[in-house]
Write a protein that binds this ligand. Sequence first.
Ligand code: COA
Length: 326
Amino acid sequence: MSTERTPAIPAGVRGATITGWGTALPDNVVTNADFEARLDTSDEWITERTGIKERRHGGSTAGLAIEAGRAAMEMAGVTGDDIDFVILATTSPDYQIPSTASEVQHELGIAGGAVDLNAACSGFVYGLVHAHGLIAMGLDRILLVGAETLSRITDQDDRNTAILFGDGAGAVVLEASDEGQLLAFDMGSDGSARKFLDAPIGGYMQMVGKEVFRKAVTVMVDSARASMAAAGVTADDIALVVPHQANIRIIEAACSRLEIGSEKVSTVLHATGNTSSASIPLALVDALEGGRVSPGDLVLLVGFGAGMSWASAVVRWTGHLPEVVR
Ligand code: COA
């Protein structure tokens, strides 16, 4: 059932659709063997406990965001003049001041406002909902980017965290449309759990992995169920799930409770590690370009992260599709 906090989008609200996308990954590949060579860990342990085989390190958050954003704008056939606002979801900004989004706005020649949004690994879905809100208020086009350089805030000598996190970016252009994609969403936060995963200003991430794992499965399942109920759909109706890419065991446990088969789930974490705000757009683009989405398909996006924060959204795919599935 829909509640005030988990609303179905009311009829008549101006909707939005994704008309372009892009991604960026640094060139430097860090494999499990690289960690094995210098930490007390093994490829077998990392693969079994997380599903991650390699991740990318390098670049700046702005640099990756600009590369992904430029590709999304090219695909949408728009220039900076056409974009009214930039939302950069990131938990690893380049500076404390100013926002990293201001560099993205300037370098891409974007005419409108720019803001960083930090909801940790839920950031992209939070950003998607905020973008729809701005479009409902009258803006025409928004660039939404999830970009991270988590390798900079991860102690590369700490086997508990170093193996998990990577760098990357994914971006989409959202345009006002009569055929809005967003059917329903859920966003939440439980700040009492904030100490399970945090990084002080200027310091490294610290994590109580077991607690994060346990809570992650619960909030993913509850949030996904809330969004699906608000949209008036069931797990059977969902064609594709794009979960936050933290750990394959978290994804499998959540999808099993939701009774969604692994064939419906997009995963890229074996190649990217956990890229926080970038993980959902990276996995979404991978599924789109792999021909896994058809017109009218229902896609469930679901993320969780430090805070703890969580967010999910049910969208009906009315946007662009690559040639492969047209
Ligand atoms: N290699 C080898 N051993 C490791 C290791 C590594 N990279 N990291 C931790 N260990 C050790 C631990 O020190 C512990 O040793 P001990 O039993 O001697 O104390 C042992 O492995 C088991 O650790 P545990 O924490 O019980 O493992 P786990 O099955 O919970 O897996 C995580 C650890 C981190 C992979 C898992 O808890 C996890 O993924 N949690 C969620 C993290 C996450 O998603 N964070 C981002 C949220 S957005």
